[in-house]
Ligand binder design. Sequence first.
Ligand SMILES: Nc1ncnc2c1ncn2[C@@H]1O[C@H](COP(=O)(O)OP(=O)(O)OP(=O)(O)O)[C@@H](O)[C@H]1O
Ligand SMILES: [Mg+2]
Length: 234
Amino acid sequence: MLKIENLHVSVENKEILKGVNLEIKKGEKVFILGPNGSGKTTLALSIMGHPMYRITKGKILFEEEDITNLNTSERAKRGMFLCMQNPIEVEGVSLMSLIYNSLKNVDYEKIEEIIEEIGLNKNFILRDLNVGLSGGEKKRLEILQLAIFKPKLAILDEFDSGLDVDSLKGVCKAINKLFDKKRSFLIITHYTRILKYIEPTKVKIMINGRIVAEGRKNLAKKIEKIGYKEFLLV
Ligand SMILES: Nc1ncnc2c1ncn2[C@@H]1O[C@H](COP(=O)(O)OP(=O)(O)OP(=O)(O)O)[C@@H](O)[C@H]1O
Ligand SMILES: [Mg+2]
């Protein structure tokens, strides 16, 4: 599904990603953990083609196509989607109009079902996107979009942060329904509490712009116990 080769990314002439290699196969759920500022969000935004994040070396392949130079909308059309760590407020555009303009067939009953599951107010999809919503509500609205658009590759940048226990449960349930052999997930998180709901195929550790270790569920549990100090020495 996704292959990243030796990716170097700079922001404002500062190199943030220093040679990232990452492969996600169809059906895989890959977790990325790492300290604050290690480059996880930069990786997520670079995969989606954020114009501020300049790729200086390396490439990104999506379903074997080189998408390194495609713009964000082209990537989205191919089936890539990002749930943002800090969703932005968009005045004048409701989620409803976004859905209406993006999808050919809209199943409104299904949408209502998901809204209920995630525990959102129905009015939220009629209001300007994210405007005036609480942090947790914005996060849940991101997951609602994910569940509606059902991308081939979903990148979730700390979807779990800021969610209360009940919201987390509802959101994870909605995410779980999307899992199948054809869809892939890149899940960036700081917390092992989501391991209760989502079983990772692989767990990767990112430090200082590189992926320095790979393992399974146990690696995430180990990090929770001892932190990153063992990897900082590498
Ligand atoms: N638009 C930007 N302008 C300036 N610096 C940036 C920008 N985006 C990222 N950086 C810098 O790049 C580094 C990596 O940031 P990034 O947001 O990718 O970290 P992160 O791993 O997602 O951290 P966190 O766990 O706190 O979300 C940080 O030092 C950050 O200050
Ligand atoms: Mg981040």
